[in-house]
Design a protein around this ligand. Structure first.
Ligand SMILES: [Zn+2]
Length: 330
């Protein structure tokens, strides 16, 4: 019976338009190591509109959802172009520019709000942001608290004003050797883990680097959320093929606790605005792939204003995001 399952999976993968265009690798479940899985959905790069179809499966043994076969690490780089990373570039949208700037800065302020509930940040605090991109969150913390800031990202040649103020380590997080064990008070992973090619190794690494009394804060999109139910394969959280794993609450917590972290608090929201998922999901479903910010900026803010009464309750509605605050397992 299991053999039949496997063949169906292969067959459905072969049907994808690009099954031979990229290098794909078949993998085992990140959580339990099983190879048996069932097709869940075909994902696309709806955000930029790049070509391709990608295969997501649910593990028959433990129920984790992940991309399989996944795009090889060499080929995935093509999907992380500078446009993706430098989304903080200054833009000119006339009277909307201050609104946009404010929204971008608000994202870093929301991150600060979450972490400062659990860690008292001061000049002595050592912060590590994993998947830091151009480092605006770290620089925001440094400006406010004068704490020491380190960052890791696999993207090379990042450029941004004051980027040199970050103790930056380029490459895969779990391969970093220069970061000292038990040395950080706060490690953050904002939308990093769902992109990771070895999430269990990354969790173990965070558990190794965090101090006994420190905190690891992890935000990822939430599969068992309202927006996924609304949009299914057009859910912005699929973001294929960059997203390697799609976590629901149960499997996120299970993976963290299996790999050296203890969950102190679970939040059914994040610093990232759920509204973006409601807007982008509706767009992908109705209008299709490729979200051109220049064209949608006016409707984006208009609908945000309209939905304002609902968004007021964002933290209670389980719309799209989840954040976990963890300690090292002692
Ligand atoms: Zn599994």
């Amino acid at each position: 019976m299991q053999k039949v399952y496997k063949m169906n999976l292969q067959e459905s993968f072969q049907k994808l338009s690009n099954s031979s265009k990229y290098k794909f690798e078949e993998i085992c479940c990140y959580l339990c190591g099983s190879k048996e899985a069932t097709f869940l959905l075909m994902g696309e790069e709806d955000l930029t509109g790049k070509e391709g179809e990608f295969h997501y499966v649910t593990c028959d043994k433990c129920g984790l959802t992940y991309q399989n076969p996944r795009v090889s690490m060499d080929d995935i780089k093509y999907f992380y172009d500078s446009e993706y990373i430098a989304h903080r570039k200054k833009k000119n949208w006339g009277f909307l520019t201050p609104l946009y700037e404010n929204a971008m800065n608000k994202h870093d302020r929301e991150k600060e709000k979450i972490v400062s509930r659990f860690v008292e940040i001061s000049e002595e605090t050592k912060v590590l942001d994993v998947g830091c991109a151009v480092g605006t969150f770290l620089l925001h913390l440094k400006d406010k608290f004068n704490c020491s800031i380190s960052g890791v990202d696999f993207k090379e040649d990042l450029e941004y004003p004051r980027f040199s103020e970050i103790d930056f380590h380029c490459g895969l997080f779990y391969e970093q050797e220069k970061l000292e064990k038990d040395s950080f008070d706060l490690i953050t992973m904002w939308h990093f883990l769902e992109h990771c090619y070895d999430p269990t190794e990354s969790i173990k690494k965070a558990a190794e680097l965090i101090k006994d009394e420190g905190r690891v804060v992890i935000e990822v999109p939430r599969l068992d959320s309202l927006s996924y139910k609304m949009f299914k394969r057009k859910w912005p959280g699929v973001q294929a093929p960059q997203h390697t794993v799609l976590f629901d609450k149960e499997h996120l917590v299970e993976m963290l606790e299996k790999n050296g972290l203890e969950v102190e608090e679970y939040l059914p929201y994040g610093a990232f605005p759920s509204y973006f998922y409601l807007f982008a999901g509706s767009y992908f479903k109705i209008l299709g792939k490729g979200l051109n910010l220049d064209k949608i900026i006016v409707p984006y803010f208009f609908f945000q204003l309209l939905l304002w009464p609902i968004l007021l309750f964002e933290k209670k509605l389980n719309l799209a995001m989840q954040t976990v605050v963890c300690k090292k397992q002692l």
